[in-house]
Design a protein around this ligand. Structure first.
Ligand SMILES: [Fe+2]
Length: 306
């Protein structure tokens, strides 16, 4: 089951950051250059097999300027061939490890659910790869809609087995003395399919933020970016996945389709609204079809503070 939102085409064009344009431009140009301009379609399909690290250095008003924190963000692995077999999951994890960030977060949708799977990756296999991730302040995960829809207990058990904590409407205080921060994570907003294009979430944003007990800054993990409209300014930075950046994106125009109530508004990149910051990862794997066009799989690295 997937989400189709007919309102997408009526949404205003998104604000595409220069970084977003660069990432997309390089992906298309690089792949097309290798294969030849006459086979642009093949080159674009090949984008599903690329990997980039996309850097962001947001400056939220309520993140202390001298509190430096680096975060590696892994989103939407969707483990399973043809484009996210176990060898490629291993490559992604190797790249993430090489970034050596203070904190690693994994934003849900762990296994492929499309109908074109050529290599089944068991939960234990992708979880064993994620278990290699290490960070000074830890590795934390949240659930995505595909996890809930297809095997939430299996995903929970796999993460539990490798000791990766699952943040489900929870918050934890991390950091060094004098430089603490809260890491909060909400459960999935589309967890239960209750009708045609109708969903009931397991997310509890007020309950999650009620667990924040000090004035230290807050980083919020969400799978779907749509909740951003409800995130209070108290949260310094929201990190999201889910959209795959639109997954099929032509250069210089909004995505043809984005699984969001807000169309292209939250499809990709660094979004600032009313002094609130969110970064939406383009993710790594694929859903519906094992293809990407113009959105190279990415690991996001965020640097906060100087
Ligand atoms: Fe998702």
């Amino acid at each position: 089951m997937t989400i189709v939102n007919p309102r997408v085409l009526s949404q205003p064009p998104r604000q595409v950051t220069r970084r977003g344009l660069l990432t997309r431009g390089l992906a298309l140009t690089g792949a097309a250059g290798l294969i030849g301009s006459g086979t642009a379609a093949y080159a674009a399909v090949d984008a599903a097999n690329g990997l980039v690290v996309t850097d962001y250095a947001p400056v939220p008003r309520n993140w202390p300027a001298r509190q430096r924190l680096t975060i590696t963000v892994i989103a939407d692995i969707h483990a399973g061939g043809p484009n996210m077999g176990i060898a490629r999951v291993r490559d992604v994890v190797d790249t993430a490890i090489s970034l050596n960030s203070d904190l690693v977060v994994i934003l849900g949708d762990y296994f492929a659910t499309h109908r074109f799977i050529t290599e089944h990756v068991p939960h234990a296999a992708w979880a064993a790869e994620l278990a290699r991730l290490k960070a000074r302040f830890g590795v934390y995960a949240i659930l995505g809609n595909h996890d809930w829809w297809h095997d939430v207990e299996g995903v929970r058990a796999a993460l539990r087995h490798v000791h990766i904590p699952l943040m489900a409407n929870d918050a934890v205080l991390l950091g060094d003395r004098g430089a603490k921060f809260w890491l909060a994570g909400v459960d999935d907003q589309l967890a239960h399919i209750i009708g045609r294009y109708q969903f009931k979430g397991e997310d509890d944003l007020p309950g999650t933020l009620a667990k924040v007990k000090t004035d230290d800054p807050v980083i919020l993990l969400v799978h779907e970016p749509d909740i951003f409209t409800k995130v209070p300014p108290r949260v310094a930075l929201t990190l999201a996945g889910h959209t795959h950046g639109g997954q099929i994106v032509l250069p210089y125009v909004p995505p043809i389709w984005t699984p969001s109530e807000y169309g292209a508004r939250f499809a990709y990149g660094h979004i600032v609204e009313q002094d609130r910051h969110m970064i939406v990862s383009g993710g790594l794997g694929t859903s519906k079809v094992p293809l990407r066009f113009g959105v190279t799989p990415e690991i996001v690295r965020v640097t906060l503070g100087a």
